[in-house]
Design a binder for this molecule. Structure first.
Ligand SMILES: [Zn+2]
Length: 469
């Protein structure tokens, strides 16, 4: 997951929900639930197949154990993409290909943060993605610790020549991520030499969380890093007690020229209307820590497995089903935008775009960006998932990679899951296979397979999302 989505969602819902299509599909959902009746058998077969084994979990484990983290521009990402393309061909999927996209290439280098005073202590830190590095000798300076941008505004006169620590408590991702993205430029404007943040995390065991930060063009670029929740709170308590806190920060981070990467694409060609497309996917890149199992290897493999199951059960949807594993979601969204640009000529033939990027935890249902009729159809389809308690359907913003498609009028679907633990592991070394459950992941595969197959085969479509003029 990248940035500022919670700020975005309300706007979208307002913009998108304004459409009330009066076409056939709206009338369909108003009467008895023909879709649910029509597809009950297929849906049961798909769900049973999905939860009958741990194939999805095992495939994800092989991917993440073999290739590790998959940061844009890294050899690990491209090797993982090569392996997936070969496996998809072995699965017998159609038109398996990598669609080229140039991506930002940020590298972390060697890094450390050490508290020099009041006592020597090696801090738990991770540089933020996109940050500049420090001079080789590092930056040693005293720390100004604040709880918020507001407190900083009141105390900015104290910041000159210091390292500013924004020790902001986690409120929500959308709210708290503002410190990750904006700490450096805010501090630099007051003459600070570096910025530190409390990790954007809802729980912590000394695991710092990285993620993308951004510089505004009006001020100097200073290094920025995240500390573990525990260490940020300790430094804050020390300085509140009047201790002189001094930190030495060393970061070898740098941004290299853009590098080639690929969106992974594979299909089941439609039997009657191959030119109409249902897209489902996740992002195949991750940060360079942990295994990127939860974010977003799980979503990528769940979509892939959903398509493999539809193929394996011999189901022949009338429209084309296309799995897309987007590259570069974490620090640039070039994959999502690149897919839109490469397929702009057939955007009006994309009847739905679905992404899983909230972790493959216990599924609860779906979130929809689309007209009322799309929500009604989704509720119909979700009623087929009552056996696993995943029948909830609510309006909600699109995930990052399908956002460009939603902007082009394509109804967008996300998986709604129990995300209680998502920000425990998000963008940290703790994003590893053991955090996921084979059964919960299998159920997510079932949700994606059922929704994708029915929307690709059903008589009507979900309608279009009216985009803001
Ligand atoms: Zn993600």
């Amino acid at each position: 997951m990248a940035l500022n989505r919670s700020i975005f969602i309300p706007l979208y819902v307002v913009a998108f929900a304004a459409v009330a299509s009066t076409s056939l599909h709206a009338q369909q959902s108003a009467t008895a639930t023909p879709i649910a009746d029509r597809y009950r058998t297929d849906a049961t077969r798909l769900l049973d197949a999905a939860i009958s084994d741990s194939a999805a979990y095992n495939r994800l484990a092989q991917l993440t154990d073999t290739f590790g983290p998959r940061l844009s521009g890294s050899g690990g990402l491209e090797a993982a993409i090569d392996w997936i393309l070969a496996e998809m061909k072995r699965d017998g999927l159609d038109n398996v290909r990598g669609e080229k996209v140039m991506v930002p290439h940020w590298v972390r280098g060697e890094e450390s943060a050490v508290m020099v005073s009041p006592r020597p202590y090696k801090l738990h830190m991770l540089g933020l993605g996109g940050s500049v590095g420090t001079p080789t000798a590092g930056i040693t300076a005293s720390v100004l610790a604040v709880s918020s941008f507001d407190e900083f505004a009141r105390r900015r006169a104290e910041a000159k020549g210091k390292i500013v620590l924004f020790d902001a408590p986690f409120v929500s991702y959308g709210e708290t991520v503002r410190y990750r993205s904006g700490a450096a430029s805010t501090a630099a404007k007051a003459g600070a030499v570096a910025a530190l943040i409390r990790s954007v995390a809802s729980n912590s065991m000394q695991n710092p969380h990285t993620g993308a930060m951004f510089y505004d063009t009006t001020t100097a670029r200073i290094p920025a890093a995240a500390l573990s929740v525990e260490d940020a709170m300790m430094l804050h308590r020390m300085s509140d007690r009047g201790d002189k806190v001094v930190v030495k920060l060393k970061m070898g981070a740098q941004t290299l020229p853009d590098a080639p990467s690929r969106n992974v694409v594979a299909e089941i060609i439609g039997s009657e209307m191959p030119y109409e497309v249902v897209v489902l996917g996740g992002h195949i890149d991750s940060w360079d820590v942990g295994q990127g199992a939860m974010d977003d290897g799980g979503g990528s493999v769940a979509a892939w497995e959903a398509v493999r199951l539809i193929k394996m059960l011999g189901l022949k949807p009338r429209r084309t089903i296309r799995v897309v594993l987007w590259t570069n979601e974490e620090n640039g969204s070039r994959g999502g935008e690149g897919y839109r640009d490469a397929h702009v000529g057939e955007l009006d033939k994309h009847v739905m775009a679905m992404e899983s990027d909230n972790g493959v935890f216990k599924p609860l249902g779906y979130r929809i960006t689309g007209p009322d009729s799309a929500i009604a159809i989704a509720r119909d389809i979700a009623s087929l998932l009552s056996s696993i308690g995943a029948t909830s359907v609510n309006p909600g913003g699109p995930d990052a990679d399908v956002e460009p498609l939603a902007k082009g009028g394509v109804p967008a679907v996300s998986l709604a899951v129990d995300s209680t633990r998502y920000f425990w592991y998000h963008h940290s070394e703790a994003d590893t296979m053991d955090k996921l459950s084979p059964r919960e992941m299998a159920e997510c595969v079932g949700l994606m397979a059922v929704m994708a197959y029915i929307v690709a085969d059903m008589p009507g479509t979900m309608g279009r999302v009216r985009t803001a003029p």
